[in-house]
Design a protein around this ligand. Structure first.
Ligand code: A3D
Length: 321
């Protein structure tokens, strides 16, 4: 079987870490593209030179030429500017929409049959724009957000309950903004509901609720927390891990059920927008959207988050994209 070809568009912080993850996990040959000359070439050379130490043997190419992504199986896009302290993801809209348009045209020309995973912010809007420019079928266009937001939520739960994060299952739905919806009711530690564990820990329903609310709030603001600490950019290790996991499910046809920004065609009462929901990822990209029952409070939070996505998409259209 021929090796898979993975094209990473954007060779900055996330792109560089992804190149290393794909190579060390031996998932396929990597092409790292950036407009900055020398940056992707330097990073791929550096990663290559660790191959004897870490014992991986994949081809890695850094490039400034779209021709090198020809016939890629998967394209992952991080091209764009990240947030600085005090910025919202929406503040990136104008700059990143221009960048995403040029990237989408490059991908459309050189990797027309690829499955695309988008990471650039504002996430759900950039996914929308990429799909619009390329005209790719919607099952081949996916946004990374939920895997990372859910992993952040899981970390906070694990720290609070003093359990291994490996046993925590928690999911975040909605748009990738401050109105995202961490679903506490479905969160569990190897099947044991988190809510029940918190109530037992504190012996007090009100105190447990207070702790839960704090974890939900921290999850919503988790990206900003990292930006505030780094000051020069945003999170990059964890988004790289999240996107690599999604790509692996597609490359190896694992059919993992992962929360991602996917096109909704009536599911969850939403039609014509990319929003974060659980989906099955396999060799065809998004193979299935999985619906779950939300209670009134969760549905209201989800609707609020969808409204923020719709607003951002409307802003994009106002800008003429
Ligand atoms: P950064 O390290 O700045 O890398 C971005 C790269 O894009 C730079 O190397 C640029 O040279 C490159 N670039 C700019 N314009 C183009 C172009 N036209 N074509 C190709 N490459 C170009 O940023 P980063 O890697 O830290 O973050 C990348 C994006 O991901 C930003 O928009 C972040 O906001 C976003 N992000 C999303 C998440 C999610 O969970 C959705 C998390 C963290 C960051």
């Amino acid at each position: 079987m021929a090796r898979k070809k993975i094209a990473l568009i954007g060779g900055g912080q996330i792109g560089g870490v992804m190149a290393q993850l794909f190579a060390t996990r031996q998932l396929g040959d990597v092409v790292l593209f950036d407009i900055v000359e020398g940056l992707p070439q330097g990073k791929t050379l550096d990663i290559h030179e660790a191959s004897r130490i870490d014992r991986f043997d994949m081809n890695l190419k850094g490039t400034n030429d779209y021709k090198d992504i020809d016939n890629a199986d998967i394209v992952i896009i991080t091209a764009g500017i990240p947030r600085k302290p005090g910025m919202s993801r929406e503040d990136l809209l104008t700059t990143n929409a221009k960048i995403m348009t040029s990237v989408a045209n490059g991908v459309k020309e050189h990797a027309p049959n690829s499955i695309a995973i988008i990471i650039s912010n504002p996430l759900d809007t950039m996914v929308t724009l990429f799909q619009k420019v390329t005209g790719f079928p919607t099952n081949r266009v996916i946004g990374q957000a939920g895997v990372l937001d859910s992993s952040r939520f899981s970390s906070f739960i694990a720290w609070e309950l003093g359990v291994s994060v490996q046993d925590v299952n928690a999911m975040v739905l909605g748009g990738h903004g401050d109105s995202m919806v961490p679903l506490l009711r479905y969160a569990n530690v190897n099947g044991v509901p988190v809510i029940e564990m918190l109530e037992r820990k504190y012996g007090d329903v009100a105190k447990a609720k207070e702790v839960m609310d704090a974890m939900v709030e921290r999850t919503k603001k988790a990206g900003g927390e990292v930006v505030g600490l780094l000051k020069t950019g945003s999170a990059f290790y964890s988004p790289a891990s999240a996107a690599t996991t999604m790509a692996k499910s597609i490359l190896l046809d694992e059919k993992r059920l992962l929360p991602c920004s996917v096109y909704l065609n009536g599911e969850y009462g939403v039609k014509g927008y990319f929003v974060g929901v659980p989906a099955v990822l396999g060799e065809n990209g998004v193979e299935r959207v999985v619906e779950l029952t939300l209670n009134d409070e969760e549905q209201a939070a989800f609707d609020n988050s969808v409204a923020a996505v719709k607003n951002s998409v409307a802003n994009l259209e106002k800008l003429g994209f």
